[in-house]
Write a protein that binds this ligand. Structure first.
Ligand code: ADP
Ligand code: MG
Length: 356
């Protein structure tokens, strides 16, 4: 999106409620010096990069102005649009990389804390649950007590479930033994089947229409992965898409190969996200769906992709829907050792507590 301002004052006004990746500022403005405007805007827009525009005659002052921290470049008039486009593309590419790096660092440090908490939590919950079971056995004739113990047990299991999710987010590596070579399209189809009861129920209960479009799924290369985890990632994405489409809609899948990677895109026609939400989707405990939401779903997906050396990105438009783009490295022939088809025992969790 591009916006124009006719004066320095205008630029300040529109910057109050907006964020910009890049701002092009003429050195000579009708109402103030471009360099002064940049000083003011830099405070309001700390993540914006500024480019000065100048006539040849004022080149010296532009170079001088470019010493300011947030001024990354200058362009001379008349503008060479081809050159400008290249500069803008480079800046956007760098910003995207910086964002990804920042996100990775942030998640890494939250991951360390989360791993610690989930470990402590599990030990505590295991003590509670063990003692509740003992008491239930000892006082099985005391109905009121047994009911109370059942409630404690249920809360403990809920806690264990959250703790397990936290652990799944904080985990950084897939053990080598957990890897199998898999066709990603099969995993997508299995995930759709896993979630089918949910969207079928939602549709039937409320007279809604959910359409799952798999026409974009093409034959793609195999990846080495922990299939239960990758399936979990797709199940989380599908469940979020359903959450975002309370009045029905469409989820479309497409897959393709490029270079050494397999790409999958999952689009929904749901309510979409604001830019603010979009930036936080992968943050643990970030949710707009309290109290039901835990905000752990997408952080687990991000973590699963990371430990598979993959990537995930999201695009979204309010009122139109969201698209999650996933990328996983293709397995090379050398390390392609097909594993025995697995049984499904690894897949589903059961509120049971284990020390991690
Ligand atoms: N497909 C989607 N459409 C719109 N918003 C989404 C979508 N997926 C995720 N989100 C947003 O990201 C937030 C975090 O998602 P998630 O980590 O799965 O947590 P939860 O589902 O528990 O809220 C959601 O609360 C929602 O605001
Ligand atoms: Mg979710």
């Amino acid at each position: 999106m591009v916006e124009y301002a006719n004066s320095g004052k205008d630029a300040i006004t529109i910057s109050h409620n907006n964020r910009y990746d890049i701002a092009l500022v003429d050195i000579m403005l009708p109402d103030m010096q471009g360099t002064d405007l940049v000083k003011k805007l830099a405070v309001m827009l700390p993540s914006t990069d500024f480019i000065h525009i100048t006539a040849h005659a004022a080149l010296d002052s532009a170079i001088e102005a470019a010493r300011q921290e947030q001024v990354v470049s200058y362009e001379t008039k008349p503008l060479d649009m081809d050159h400008l486009l290249v500069v803008l593309k480079q800046i956007m590419k760098r910003k995207k990389m910086e964002d990804a790096l920042l996100q990775a660092e942030k998640l890494k440090s939250i991951g360390t804390i989360t791993a610690g908490i989930s470990h402590e939590f599990n030990n505590i919950l295991a003590i509670i649950s063990g003692n509740v079971q003992l008491m239930k056995r000892s006082y099985k004739d005391h109905e009121e007590l047994v009911n109370a113990l059942d409630i404690i047990m249920k809360a403990t299991n809920d806690g264990a479930e959250i703790s397990k999710k936290m652990y799944n987010f904080a985990k950084t590596e897939v053990g080598n033994t957990e890897y199998v070579t898999y066709d990603l399209s099969d995993l997508i189809k299995q995930s759709i089947e896993f979630t089918m009861p949910r969207w079928k129920n939602m549709a039937q209960a409320n007279g809604l229409n959910y359409h799952i479009d798999i026409e974009g799924i093409r034959g793609i290369s195999e990846v080495r992965c922990n299939s239960a985890e990758i399936r979990e990632a797709f199940v989380n994405i599908i469940n979020n898409a359903l959450d975002a489409m309370p009045v029905g809609g469409r989820i479309s899948f497409s897959t393709w190969n490029r270079d050494d990677s397999v790409f999958v895109s999952v689009s929904d026609t749901g309510k979409g996200m604001t830019e603010d939400v979009r930036k936080k989707v992968f943050d643990p405990f970030f949710t707009t769906r309290r109290p039901q939401g835990t905000g752990l779903g997408m952080s687990i997906v991000y973590s699963i992709l990371s430990r598979h050396n993959g990537k995930i990105e999201v695009e979204s438009e309010i009122g139109k829907g969201s698209t999650f783009n996933l990328q996983l490295p293709i397995v090379s022939r050398a390390d392609s050792t097909r594993a025995i088809p697995e049984t499904e025992q690894e897949s589903k969790s059961s509120g049971h507590i284990k020390s991690v």
